[in-house]
Design a binder for this molecule. Structure first.
Ligand SMILES: [Zn+2]
Length: 371
C-alpha cells in the first residue's frame, strides 16, 4: 500500500477542476462486514444510485461514476484493504485510488473541490510509527503505517554461548568481554533503528526492552530518534507481530489523544480570553469565510446540514441568501465535512478529535485564528 502523506492530501485538496465538479468517493469494503464480493457490489450500487441522482447531468461526473463502478466491480484484493478513497475528475484526467487498511464511512461527494476530510482524519489517527525491540542478543525493528506493518528488520548478535555456565573463576575473566559485546549489541541495535528511520521515516518510536537495557538503548539512539520516542511497551523481543502491533497502537492512540487534549485546551483558553479563538459551527464557518482560521478542531463523527454559496464558496448554518455576495446558497448534507475540506484547501491545519468531551461542550467544532 503506497504511503498517503499530508502532501498527497494537500494536492487533492487544492486540485482545481476549473468549474468542473470533482467526484470524491469513500467506500467501505471491510471484509468483516461485507463478506462476499456481491455485498461490496450492493454497497456500491446503493452509493452510486444516490450520486447519479445528484450529478446534475455533468458529463465529467457521470464518467467519474462509471469509472468508479467498473473499478470496484473489477474486483479488489481485500486482504489488507478495508476502505477505498477515490478522487476523480474525468474532464481533467484526475484519477486517484487510495486503498486504506481501515474502514471508512461510505459516501460520494460531488463538489467544486475534493472532499478530503475523511481521508485526513484517517491519516491523522494513524501516524507512521516505528517499534524497536531489543534484548541481550536480538534487535527487531518494525514500521507501521495506518496501523499495518509495512517494514521490518532484524539483527542477531550471538553472545558466547556458555558464558553463564562457566565456573566463577573463569567467568571473572570473560565478564568484561561479555559486557563489551552486550554494549556493542545495543549500539548496533540503535544504529539499525537509525538506518531504518532514514529509509522509512516515521513520526513516533516505541521501545520494548528489559528495564536493565532500556536506558542504555535510549542513550545510544540517534538524537532524532530519541526525540521521537513516545513510550516503552512491555513486549519481549520474541513477541509475535500481532502483539507488537497491538501494543504500539495503544501507545499511538494515547499519544494522539494527548495531542488533541492539548489543542482543545489552547482553544478553550483562546475562546475564554476572547483572543484568536472561536467555538461553534456558525462562528467557525464565518471565520473560514474570512480566511482567518489557522487550526480547525472538530469532533470525530460531527455532521450537520447547512448551506454553501455557489458563487463565492461561503459556508453557513443559515441560508439561503449569502451574507457576503448576496448570491443564492445551496443546501448541503454535511457542512462540517465541507468546512474540513475548505480548511484543507486554505492550508489550515485540521485536527479531528476522538471522544474529547471538552470540545463537545464547546459545540463540537472550534478554530484557533490567525488574527
Ligand atoms: Zn456568496
Amino acid at each position: 500500500m503506497a504511503a498517503i502523506t499530508e502532501q498527497t492530501i494537500r494536492e487533492l485538496a487544492t486540485f482545481d477542476g476549473k468549474g468542473v465538479p470533482v467526484t470524491s468517493c469513500y467506500i467501505d469494503v471491510d471484509g468483516r462486514r461485507l463478506r462476499r464480493h456481491q455485498d461490496v457490489e450492493h454497497e456500491l450500487d446503493t452509493l452510486l444510485r444516490g450520486a447519479r441522482a445528484r450529478a446534475n447531468g455533468s458529463p465529467s461526473v457521470h464518467d467519474d461514476l462509471r469509472r468508479i463502478e467498473s473499478f470496484v466491480r473489477g474486483g479488489l484484493d481485500r486482504s489488507r484493504t478495508r476502505g477505498l478513497a477515490i478522487f476523480a475528475c474525468s474532464a481533467h484526467d484526475l484519477w486517484r485510488v487510495l486503498p486504506l487498511p481501515v474502514p471508512v464511512r461510505s459516501r460520494v461527494v460531488v463538489n467544486h473541490m475534493a472532499a478530503v476530510g475523511q481521508l485526513e482524519a484517517v491519516v491523522q489517527e494513524y501516524d507512521r510509527f516505528g517499534v524497536l525491540l531489543v534484548d541481550k542478543q536480538r534487535a527487531r525493528m518494525f514500521v507501521f503505517e495506518l496501523g499495518e506493518l509495512v517494514e521490518r528488520s532484524e539483527l542477531f548478535d550471538e553472545l558466547p554461548r556458555d558464558y553463564d555456565a562457566r565456573g566463577e573463576k573463569e567467568r571473572g575473566d570473560v565478564a568484561p568481554h561479555v559486557e563489551a559485546l552486550a554494549h556493542q549489541h545495543v549500539r548496533r541495535a540503535a544504529a539499525a533503528g537509525w538506518r531504518l528511520y532514514q529509509e522509512e521515516h516515521f513520526e513516533h518510536l516505541c521501545l520494548g526492552a528489559p528495564d536493565e537495557l532500556a536506558g542504555e538503548v535510549e542513550r545510544e539512539l540517534h538524537p532524532y530518534l530519541r526525540d521521537r520516542l513516545c513510550g516503552r511497551i512491555a513486549v519481549s523481543a520474541g513477541a509475535p507481530v500481532e502483539e507488537v502491533r497491538r501494543a504500539a497502537l495503544e501507545v499511538e492512540a494515547a499519544q494522539e489523544r494527548a495531542k488533541e487534549a492539548a489543542l482543545v485546551q489552547r482553544l478553550r483558553d483562546a475562546v475564554g480570553g476572547r483572543r484568536r479563538g472561536v467555538a461553534g459551527l456558525a462562528g467557525v464557518l464565518a471565520a473560514l469565510g474570512e480566511r482567518r482560521v489557522e487550526h480547525l478542531l472538530v469532533s470525530s463523527g460531527y455532521a450537520e446540514a447547512g448551506w454553501r454559496c455557489e458563487p463565492c464558496g461561503l459556508l453557513a448554518t443559515v441560508g439561503r441568501r449569502c451574507v457576503l455576495c448576496d448570491g443564492t446558497m445551496q443546501e448541503v448534507d454535511d457542512v462540517v465535512e465541507e468546512a474540513v475540506d475548505e480548511a484543507m484547501a486554505q492550508s489550515c491545519r485540521v485536527e479531528v478529535c476522538e471522544g474529547n468531551a471538552d470540545l463537545d461542550v464547546l459545540g463540537r467544532i472550534g478554530a484557533l485564528l490567525r488574527y
